[in-house]
Design a protein around this ligand. Structure first.
Ligand code: 2U9
Length: 345
């Protein structure tokens, strides 16, 4: 029995030595060490041996099992290392090869302008406020001193969703909501966002465009604060040499109301095609917040005053980049879009 066991061991070791892969090794393990293997078979016949020989044979079987297991494991490690080396040799990467070019996009001109405007006001201590584009009639009109019979509320001019909801026609409802939330406390915000008007699209009108509006409310806020702020803004956006002028205007939510022009950045005021020979370019509107608007939002208009202003982002971008048709911003023609470089982050 001893000789038979030794023979089985030699046979197993030889097969292990010649195995070509880990699957073959596993088959060998099952065959020689498994429950149905020859070693187990031999052990089953141990009952027939004289009692004094049984411990010796038992011990020998354990030694052989251990020896075969150890050899199996070292062969397995060899085969795995060999497979890994073969794979590494096959998958060598040439790090000196030139990389594949990646198309890097750039910011949309409206995003660039919006970020530039936002950066200016953030540097002045303003916070950015946002609100829903599907807005309640109350915040879009009523709270802004546009009563039920006001012509701007005409179904022809706005995209109504139901009697009570519409696509906001300006970002002013964001300011109205902020005032309501602040419950009489001071405010200094800008509100960028998309707005919608039921208009026919042409070179200077679009049924969807973007605004940035601002609102400052507090004690002793005056028209001169608005003028100083807008003067700095005009110089930052269109050059240090810019001058501004305010003309009287009318908006339902501000009183008094103004429109602001900047001195033409192309001709410096002499008159050219950009300023239509006037020397001035209209940029935005603004004014002192109407007392009705303050009161409706819960502010005491005797102690608290405010200024507000609003501008179209597309109009600013058209002037800054010399774009002659607003529709270019929405048609996404790459020949147009890719002319604008990346905004540095
Ligand atoms: C509140 C109070 C006052 C926002 C204002 C304008 C003047 C203005 C237009 C410019 C070009 C809109 O994009 S445009 O068509 N806007 O002239 N906007 S004052 O006044 C407010 C807003 C909210 C609570």
């Amino acid at each position: 029995m001893e000789t038979k066991l030794q023979q089985l061991k030699e046979e197993a070791l030889l097969k292990i030595k010649e195995a070509l892969d880990t699957k073959e090794l596993n088959d060998i393990r099952v065959k020689y060490l498994g429950k149905k293997g020859p070693i187990t078979d031999l052990l089953k016949g141990m009952g027939k041996l004289p009692a004094e020989e049984r411990p010796k044979i038992g011990q020998l079987v354990n030694v052989i099992r251990e020896e075969v297991t150890t050899f199996l494991e070292s062969k397995k490690a060899d085969l795995e290392e060999q497979a890994l080396n073969e794979q590494l040799a096959k998958e060598t990467i040439d790090v000196t090869l030139p990389g594949r070019p990646v198309n890097v996009g750039n910011h949309h001109p409206i995003t660039r302008v919006a970020e530039e405007i936002e950066d200016f006001f953030l540097s002045m201590g303003y916070e950015i406020a946002e609100g829903p584009e599907v807005e309640r009639d109350f915040y879009n009109f009523e709270a802004l001193n546009l009563p039920k019979d006001h012509p701007a509320r005409d179904m022809q001019d706005s995209f109504y969703i139901s009697e009570e909801t519409l696509l906001r026609t300006h970002t002013s409802p964001v300011q109205a909501r902020t005032m309501e939330k602040k419950e009489g406390a001071p405010i200094k915000i800008i509100c960028p966002g998309k707005v919608y008007r039921r208009d026919s699209d042409d070179a200077t009108h679009s049924h969807q465009f973007s605004q940035i509006e601002g609102l400052v409310v507090g004690e002793n806020i005056r028209m001169s604060d608005l003028k100083g702020t807008l003067d700095l803004f005009a110089k930052k956006m269109f050059g240090e040499e810019r001058e501004i002028r305010l003309r009287p205007s009318f908006f339902p939510f501000t009183e008094p109301s103004v429109e602001m022009d900047i001195s033409c950045f192309k001709c410096g005021g002499d008159g050219c095609n950009v300023c239509k020979k006037t020397g001035w370019i209209e940029i935005l509107g603004g004014g002192m917040v109407h007392p009705n608007v303050l009161e409706m939002a819960g502010y005491d208009s005797k102690t608290m005053t405010g200024f507000a202003f609003g501008m179209g982002q597309e109009r600013i971008a058209m002037l800054k980049y010399g774009v002659e048709d607003i529709r270019h911003f929405f048609t996404n023609d790459m020949r147009f879009i890719s002319q604008f470089g990346r905004t540095e982050q």
